[in-house]
Design a protein around this ligand. Sequence first.
Ligand SMILES: Cc1cc2nc3c(=O)[nH]c(=O)nc-3n(C[C@H](O)[C@H](O)[C@H](O)COP(=O)(O)O)c2cc1C
Length: 308
Amino acid sequence: MTVAVGRVTLEHPVVNGSGTLDALAAEAAGLHVAAELAAVVTKTVTPLPRAGNPPPRIAETPAGMLNSIGLANPGIDAFRSTVLPRMRALGRPLVVSIGGFAPNQYASLAAALRDEDGIVALELNVSCPNVESGCLSIGSDPNETRSVTARCAEAAGDLPVWVKLSPNVADVGVMARAAEEGGADALVAVNTLRGAAFDRASGAPLLGGPGGGLSGPAVRPVALSAVAACRAATSLPIVGSGGVGSGQDALAFLDAGASAVAVGTAAFREPLLARRVREELAGLLAAGAGRPSRAESRARSAQPSTAA
Ligand SMILES: Cc1cc2nc3c(=O)[nH]c(=O)nc-3n(C[C@H](O)[C@H](O)[C@H](O)COP(=O)(O)O)c2cc1C
């Protein structure tokens, strides 16, 4: 089950989606979720503390949920002094998600984290749909994406840089290529799909923030399509994210061209979902051993024939 995501070797292909797991709170509640993950991905951390958006921050939809958390986090200084040491103590490889509102903020976060122990990669969140500015506006522009990635790759030293892409763009392949040109080690595809909900009686928005992000089973086909587009556009390894709720779902992402998957919304119902996904995936891969994935088949058919 070991997989390589660029320079990072994971014990198996299942990690968590940024912002969907408080691994420390889970541990305190006796749920050893971190142990089930090949790497623990942190909530996105920003330069300054953020309280996040006004409530309500969550609304259910028939096949998923909308969130408008607004990147609530303690800021990089408190993250380094209080959160990171406790996360390190979980004993799992850490991927730290960083986000900002201008390119220099990403680079300064990367520089602040480059020498911290226990971190195996940085994940650039250039795809959050529920903050006023920055973030997704960077990830919607190939020049900004290329430049932010390049600045972070330089500032991060030897730390690999993953770029988390948004489905809210005309062509995710263009952003994937920009990230690759900027020196990304891997892509994470995708963040939430922009969404909204309104109260039927009052007509008022159901979410308190400036926008919402749709996640869960509803976004899985969108995420699969984005992974396939990234696979076609680049040779970077991809972590698939969007509606993973079973080993079968994970296999669909591998077939689309991903090397690993992130579990998010579905784990709210089943906190130890990562274990089931890993076990089901292992069973499916063993049963279909030798079956070339669609991605492999495509790569093979793209190679020039050496037959006489
Ligand atoms: C409540 C919530 C908070 C999230 N916070 C973040 C975040 O801080 N940074 C980030 O990159 N993605 C964030 N995401 C996006 C998830 O990591 C994931 O990419 C997305 O939800 C799709 O996967 P899923 O359908 O399995 O949840 C968040 C998603 C949810 C539902």
